[in-house]
Design a protein around this ligand. Structure first.
Ligand code: AHR
Length: 613
């Protein structure tokens, strides 16, 4: 029975309470939300991005062609270009199974080309069954210039290939094929089905661009003098302006990021879906398995100035330096930035906080209306978490970002997590959370947990599930909210839970009380699992007990591990009576079948975490 007191006043719930967290992980941007269909369009892929890459990854050459990095380049930030021999061609295979085109829809081809003596380019779109549109001819003559042509697809295909053939020698760069039909028809826009799925959530905010993407590598030099070296962190200034002038970079998750989807596009998308933009900048301390902090004062000052410039880019008048760039890119009106995160999952709370305070002071001095969001590290509790919270509380920080990925059972058991949070302390931004899986039980446990967030809406001001997107052929992290490939996208159960809450945000909590007698007929058949992601970790003594204390499963790994099923890319073995995972950043799941009645069990794991996460 549920008892509701309609006269009682519970917490007020902000319209922005539930949002999304977009990080370019699992190819969420290139090959995902960013609608570009050509992979490696500017021939910048390199081993610095991924050991298996070359500048011709995703391309095949007919005749003679080579990637050149010399002073004949398109511009300083776009280092490589393709030198195509007379009578030669290059073909791009897109992402997943190929370039996806739909019958009757239009696709805009463009290329930057240089051919001092002139050449004719023939551009074709085909699959194994033949042409997917009428071939286009482009006459090129002179120095670097942009050339364009449009295809109308005559058939639907998931396996398209784009070929550019030249009669005479030519230099090519930024070979692009873009669907005309992007979300809200925006130029340099977003893939419609994915953007629509995000928009259908009606998110209150969009947190971007990461995640570990933001702070890892943030201590690297990112000056032009370094020759646009890879492994720089995500710098917002690299991601704005004309796309051909955005230097591509190594993405923390092991691939190349074109920055075609950059800060302007994030702000524009937030506005298009009526969500508050919430960018996160690095605080010059790295978490995500890299426990470092820099004392480079010049670098710190530069990052602080970049952050002030970011606020000017978002909100400044068109007469200001960065407001003018925003206007030139097509948006003279401000983007109404009100919240900004500094830092992500730093494992060194003292070092983080000292630097955070520098950012905060500079931002508050110039932009007192901006809410500067701090951080509590990578866990839901523990020494780092407690230290970070103590520092944040003592300094009267406005809002603290918490992250945790836990079992469904943890989410069920922690519904009351925020009931005891200090009402006079910083507010909570739950910037990343997920129960470990995309199954129904995961969605259910998250829904149960979210009722606790909502009950505490006076303290928990913002919450976003993470991560948002995953291309099924390029996965670094699971579970994820929305899955896709080059031709389709589909929602997880967790998505439906988020949608239910986001589409039905109340004004105020009405206090209620439920009493019930559990009515469970027999155990629900299932399995127990342990999901690990560690640089080097050993697990021992796994034990699952039922609520009545009886042991459902136990293993001390003294025998072989044959009763476990393993999935995932990580390497593991049983050594000296322990389950050992030996490689970095690869997720391993070990599962043992049984009937542990998942809704009511305790899992005990004795783990030795040597490093990593
Ligand atoms: O959401 C995936 C990753 O989880 C984020 O990049 C990071 O902040 C967290 O560890």
């Amino acid at each position: 029975s549920i008892t509701v007191d309609p006269t009682a006043q519970g917490a007020k719930i902000d319209d922005t309470m539930y949002g999304v967290f977009f990080e370019d992980i699992n190819r969420a941007a290139d090959g995902g939300l960013y609608a570009e269909l050509v992979q490696n369009r500017s021939f910048e892929y390199s081993t610095a991005d991924n050991g298996s890459y070359t500048p011709l990854t995703a391309w095949t050459v007919g005749g003679t062609a080579k990637v050149v990095n010399d002073s004949g380049r398109l511009n300083d930030r776009n280092r490589n270009y393709l030198s195509l021999g007379a009578g030669s061609s290059v073909t791009n295979g897109g992402y997943n199974t190929g370039i996806r085109v739909e019958q009757g829809k239009r696709y805009d081809f463009s290329v930057w080309a240089r051919a001092e003596s002139g050449t004719a380019l023939t551009v074709t779109l085909k699959d194994a069954a033949g042409a997917l549109g009428t071939a286009r001819q482009v006459a090129v003559k002179g120095g670097w210039a942009k050339y364009e042509a449009t295809f109308t697809a005559t058939r639907t295909s998931n396996r398209g290939r784009l070929t550019v053939a030249a009669t005479d020698a030519a230099a090519l760069d930024m070979v692009s094929l873009f669907p005309r039909d992007t979300y809200k028809n925006q130029p340099n826009g977003l893939r419609k089905d994915l953007a629509e799925k995000i928009a259908a959530l009606q998110p209150g905010f969009v947190r971007f661009p990461g995640g570990c993407l933001v702070n890892t590598g943030s201590m690297e030099d990112y000056s032009e003098a370094s020759g646009w070296q890879r492994k720089r962190s995500y710098q917002w200034k690299d991601t704005v302006g004309p796309v051909e002038e955005r230097a591509t970079n190594a993405n923390f998750w092991g691939y190349n990021q074109s920055y075609g989807l950059g800060y302007y596009e994030y702000f524009r998308f937030s506005e298009d879906i009526g969500a508050m933009p919430l960018p996160v900048v690095p605080a010059l301390v790295t978490g995500c398995g890299q426990n470092k902090a820099t004392d480079d004062e010049a670098l710190l000052k530069r990052h602080i100035q970049d952050t002030l410039d970011l606020i000017e880019f978002a909100n400044g008048p068109v007469t200001s330096k960065w407001g003018k760039l925003r206007a030139r890119m097509g948006h003279p009106k401000p983007f109404h930035l009100t919240h900004l995160g500094v830092g992500n999952e730093e494992n060194l709370p003292n070092e983080f906080f000292a630097r955070f305070q520098r950012f905060r002071a500079a931002i508050e001095a110039k932009y007192p209306d901006i809410t500067v969001v701090s951080n509590s590290g990578p866990d839901d509790s523990g020494t780092t978490f407690d230290t970070a919270w103590k520092l944040n509380r003592e300094a009267k920080v406005d809002m603290v970002d918490e992250h945790y990925y836990n079992s469904p059972n943890w989410f069920l058991q922690n519904n009351d997590r925020y009931d005891s949070y200090d009402r006079s302390g910083p507010k909570v931004f739950l910037g990343e959370y997920a129960s470990q899986g995309n199954a129904w039980k995961n969605g259910l446990s998250e829904a149960a947990f979210m009722t606790g967030l909502e009950r505490n809406a006076d303290v928990v001001k913002l919450a976003s599930y993470a991560p948002l997107l995953a291309n099924e052929d390029y996965v670094q992290w699971r579970p994820d909210l929305i899955w896709f490939n080059n031709r389709a996208s589909w929602n997880s159960t967790n998505y439906e839970v988020q949608k239910l809450f986001m589409n039905n945000v109340g004004d105020r909590v009405v206090p209620s009380k439920a009493t019930t007698t559990p009515n469970v007929s027999g155990p629900i058949t299932g399995a127990v699992g342990l999901s690990t992601w560690a640089t080097s970790a050993a697990y021992d003594d796994v034990k699952v007990t039922a609520a009545d204390g009886s042991t459902l499963l136990s293993d001390d790994f003294s025998g072989d591990a044959s009763k476990w099923t393993h999935t995932g890319a990580g390497s593991w073995s049983v050594q000296d009576g322990q389950y050992v995972q030996t490689d970095a950043a690869a997720e391993n799941t070990m599962v043992q079948a049984g009937d542990p009645s998942w809704h009511d069990y305790d899992l005990h794991v004795k783990a030795t975490k040597k490093s990593g996460k």
